[in-house]
Design a protein around this ligand. Structure first.
Ligand code: SF4
Length: 409
C-alpha cells in the first residue's frame, strides 16, 4: 500500500503552476530535445494488472547526468469494473494535473509531445527514482478516481524501446480521433469544457465539441463525455450548448455563459471557429498556432515541433509566449493539430482556403484534409523564408485566397 509518508517530497495542488526553468532543472524527460516521448493509459482486465507495480526499463533518475534529457514512455495499465475504454484518454490527461501536483516536477503537453522536468531541490531532497514518481502517481490516481481498482506504471527510458513502442501508441491516438468522423455540433445537445490548464493560464476555458478538439489534442468530444461521467466534480464538465447565435463563427449562448462563469467574468463571448474578434482562449498546452500574416491577409500554421523561424520570422516558442496565458488573442489561435481535420476549421475566416503557409511535416501529415486543388499552393519552409517571398509564391502558384476566389461566409 502506497503511503504519503514514504515520499521524499510533498504533493498537493499548491505545486500546480510551478515551472522548472532550465537553470533549476536536474533532469528532463521528453521535450523538444528528446527523440521519442509519449504517455499512454490502457484499460486491461483485472487479472492482467498487478496492482501498484512500478517498473523502470532503462536508466533511472539517479543514473542520469545532471542537466541531461532522456526519451520516455509513460505506460499506465488500469483495471476496474466501472471503467470503460472511452475513459482511457481522460485518465491519461490526469497525468498533467497529478505530475504537476508533485513538488519540483513540471509536466507539459500530452500524448507524444510530453515534457517533464525535475528540479534540483527535489532531487536533493531524495526524489532520485522514477519508482517514487510512479508510487506518487498511483497514490494520486487511487485517491481521486475510485473507479480505478488496479493500476501499474511502467517508465521506459531506453530510447530504442521508446521509439519501438511509440509506433503503436500513434495508432491508438489515431483510432481515438477517428471516432469523431461524421459527428457534428448540430447532432449533440451538450459540449464539454475543461479547465485543467487554469493552473498555468487562469482564465483559460477549453470548449470541446464534436468539431473542435481541445487545444492540447488530448480531449475530444467523446473523451469529454467519458470524463464527465467518470468524475462529474472534476475539471472536465458538461457545457449546455444553448442557442446557436452565429452558425459560421460558431457562437452559442451556452458556451458564452459557460466562458463567462469559468473565466471569472474575463470573457463573455467566444467564437469556436474564428481567429478574429472573440477567438477561443489559448492556454499553453496547444499543439500548434494558427497565426495571421498581415502582408497577405491570410493564415499560417506552426506546430510545437517546428524549431525554425516561421514565414513571419518568429519561432513557435516566441509566438507561444504571446498567444498563451488563457487570453483571447485576435489572429493568434492556439489549437490542436487535429482541428485541421474539422469541417468547421476556422470556417468564419475562410477555412483551409485561407491557409498559405505551414511546415512541410504538417502539410504531409494532414494531406488528406487539405483540398487537392490547394495542396501545392500552400507554401512551406522549403518554398519561402519571409513574407515577401510568400507574396511572390502565392501569386505565382495562384493561391485561391490571393486570387480573390474565396468568399467569406
Ligand atoms: S488544453 Fe484544454 S482540454 Fe487540454 S488539459 Fe488544457 S484545459 Fe484541458
Amino acid at each position: 500500500m502506497v503511503d504519503m509518508a514514504d515520499f521524499h517530497v510533498d504533493i498537493g495542488p499548491q505545486y500546480e503552476g510551478e515551472v522548472v526553468r532550465k537553470e533549476d532543472m536536474h533532469v528532463e524527460f521528453g521535450g523538444p530535445k528528446a527523440k521519442a516521448k509519449f504517455e499512454l493509459v490502457t484499460l486491461k482486465s483485472m487479472d492482467e494488472v498487478e496492482h501498484e507495480k512500478v517498473e523502470i526499463i532503462g536508466p533511472d533518475i539517479k543514473d542520469m547526468a545532471e542537466g541531461s534529457t532522456s526519451s520516455i514512455a509513460l505506460l499506465v495499465d488500469i483495471a476496474g469494473e466501472e471503467l470503460e475504454k472511452d475513459m482511457e484518454p481522460v485518465i491519461e490527461r490526469r497525468f498533467h494535473m497529478y505530475m504537476n501536483n508533485i513538488e519540483g516536477i513540471y509536466h507539459m503537453n500530452q500524448r507524444n509531445d510530453i515534457w517533464i522536468r525535475l528540479n534540483k531541490e527535489s532531487f536533493k531532497k531524495g526524489l532520485n527514482s522514477l519508482k517514487e514518481v510512479g508510487d506518487m502517481l498511483i497514490f494520486l490516481y487511487t485517491s481521486e478516481l475510485m473507479a480505478i481498482e488496479k493500476i501499474s506504471i511502467t517508465f521506459v527510458t531506453d530510447e530504442a524501446k521508446v521509439q519501438e513502442l511509440l509506433a503503436d501508441a500513434m495508432k491508438i491516438y489515431a483510432a481515438r480521433d477517428e471516432r469523431l468522423k461524421g459527428l457534428k455540433e448540430e447532432d449533440v445537445e451538450e459540449f464539454y469544457g475543461c479547465v485543467l490548464c487554469q493552473s498555468f493560464a487562469p482564465t483559460h476555458v477549453c470548449v470541446v465539441t464534436p468539431e473542435r478538439i481541445a487545444n492540447c489534442g488530448a480531449i475530444n468530444w467523446f473523451d469529454g463525455r467519458a470524463a464527465y461521467k467518470l468524475d462529474p466534480e472534476g475539471p472536465i464538465f458538461g457545457v449546455e450548448k444553448g442557442e446557436c447565435v452565429d452558425e459560421v463563427r460558431g457562437e452559442y449562448t451556452g458556451v458564452n455563459q459557460n466562458s463567462m462563469e469559468r473565466s471569472l467574468g474575463e470573457f463573455d463571448q467566444v467564437y469556436l471557429h474564428s481567429a478574429f474578434e472573440h477567438p477561443h482562449t489559448s492556454c499553453g498546452c496547444f499543439q500548434s498556432i494558427c497565426f495571421y500574416i498581415p502582408e497577405v491577409d491570410a493564415f499560417g500554421i506552426v506546430h510545437r515541433d517546428f524549431s525554425g523561424p516561421t514565414v513571419i520570422g518568429e519561432s513557435f516558442t516566441r509566438m507561444a509566449g504571446t498567444t498563451s496565458g488563457g487570453r483571447q488573442v485576435e489572429g493568434s489561435l492556439g489549437m490542436a493539430l487535429e482541428y485541421l481535420r474539422s469541417p468547421k476549421f476556422i470556417q468564419g475566416d475562410g477555412g483551409m482556403y485561407r491557409i498559405v503557409w505551414m511546415p512541410k511535416e504538417v502539410k504531409e501529415r494532414y494531406q488528406e484534409c487539405i483540398p487537392a486543388d490547394l495542396f501545392d499552393k500552400i507554401a512551406t519552409e522549403d518554398d519561402v523564408t519571409n513574407a515577401d517571398e510568400l507574396t511572390a509564391f502565392l501569386e505565382k502558384v495562384g493561391h485561391p485566397w490571393v486570387k480573390g476566389e474565396v468568399e467569406l461566409p
